[in-house]
Design a protein around this ligand. Structure first.
Ligand SMILES: Cc1cc2nc3c(=O)[nH]c(=O)nc-3n(C[C@H](O)[C@H](O)[C@H](O)COP(=O)(O)OP(=O)(O)OC[C@H]3O[C@@H](n4cnc5c(N)ncnc54)[C@H](O)[C@@H]3O)c2cc1C
Length: 326
């Protein structure tokens, strides 16, 4: 059963920010994640602030410099099907199409996708874990088959649940954020918080702040992108492992770009190790094999998730092979 809370539907970003500045206020976009959290009483709530009347937060458009602007309330379905995304930001369209089920993509928004809460079953169940202010991470010695292999830092071993975050980070996207102190632009690489920095936060958003839009710079000529996700169930599921590529080619050589992993770490995990291996090279079988080896260098699997090592290696091999032939 849902707890009782105040519900407001402000008509302006400023009014939403004012409402969200109250203690225990939560933004409500599509509600596909939030309502489950409230029903399960994962965190206390005093006020739910619906963003649904903020029309300026909807829609996808091209920016003057040829980049992409996506309003935070834009649904994942809209992004997955949008001609601009499909044509020039294929990896993002693919990532949006991989989220959940058609119903979730029709209701879920890009802002909510970036700000959703972790899916760790201890966090979501009746365990007062570190992330909920307790003293223990129950995954360390528990059922940790879906947990992280990078970035746990000995504290909390969630994986970041978002598919689109990795694709957006691969495209070097920025979140525009409105809050009580005004507007700021945050590169997605600075948006997410590792447990070693603050185990109780997933993003750097301060009280009262909301994401209003995402901006992606124009992709450099020769950019090829993709998003690939492996999950336990075909119908809907979160990523066991995901790979977002946005690589820039000059002829057959890779001359730049990014590789970002989902299902690997508490934040979307940029694999600079793979980027370094492929930089300046043709994607020959040897280079691809070296990149596949590099992707899990430094990984620290837990007792039940070592399968992710070979999974990520195989995915990098397949994705680089595929992007080389585009
Ligand atoms: C069965 C199921 C399967 C799912 N599968 C996947 C999956 O495969 N991949 C995946 O990535 N996700 C998945 N999700 C998670 C979720 O549905 C999506 O991430 C969705 O995009 C969330 O968007 P929403 O608009 O519904 O967010 P909401 O539920 O409205 O909000 C989620 C969180 O973000 C905050 N928030 C929302 N909008 C903003 C904003 N603009 N600024 C600041 N904070 C904000 C809310 O306060 C809340 O804490 C799944 C969820 C369910 C229930």
């Amino acid at each position: 059963m849902l707890p009782s809370f105040d519900y407001v539907r402000p008509k302006s970003i400023q009014a939403a920010v004012t409402h969200l500045s109250a203690e225990r206020a939560m933004a409500h976009a599509g509600g596909t994640d939030l309502m489950g959290c409230l029903r399960e009483r994962i965190f206390p709530v005093g006020k739910v602030v619906s963003l649904s009347d903020l029309q300026e937060l909807r829609g996808v458009s091209e920016t003057a410099d040829g980049g992409l602007r996506i309003g935070a309330l834009t649904t994942l379905h809209t992004i997955a099907e949008h001609p601009l995304a499909l044509k020039r930001f294929a990896g993002l369209a693919q990532a949006a199409a991989e989220v959940g089920s058609p119903q979730l993509r029709n209701q879920g928004t890009i802002g909510g996708n970036l700000c959703q809460k972790p899916r760790c079953w201890y966090y979501r169940a009746d365990f007062t874990c570190l992330r909920k202010g307790g003293g223990t991470c129950f995954a360390v010695d528990g059922e940790n088959q879906f947990h992280c292999i990078f970035g746990g830092g000995g504290t909390c071993f969630i994986v970041h649940p978002s598919d689109t975050a990795s694709a957006l980070m691969a495209f070097n996207a920025t979140a525009r954020v409105a809050g009580p102190k005004g507007v700021r632009n945050l590169p997605l690489e600075k948006f997410f918080v590792l447990p070693e920095v603050d185990v109780q936060r997933e993003t750097v958003l301060a009280r009262g702040e909301i994401v209003t839009e995402i901006r992606i710079p124009p992709p450099a000529p020769g950019t090829r992108s993709s998003y690939r996700k492996v999950r336990a169930r075909r119908s809907w599921d979160f990523a066991l492992a995901g790979v977002a590529l946005a690589l820039r080619f000059d002829g057959r050589r890779v001359v730049g770009g990014r590789v970002v992993l989902s299902g690997a770490a508490p934040v979307p995990w940029r694999s600079t190790a793979v980027e370094q291996v492929v930089q300046g090279k043709e994607l020959t079988a040897d280079v691809i094999a070296a990149a596949a080896k590099a992707v899990t260098a430094g990984a620290e699997p837990l007792a039940k998730n070592a399968y992710k090592i070979s999974l990520f290696q195989g995915m990098i091999e397949e994705e680089l092979t595929s992007v080389a032939s585009l």
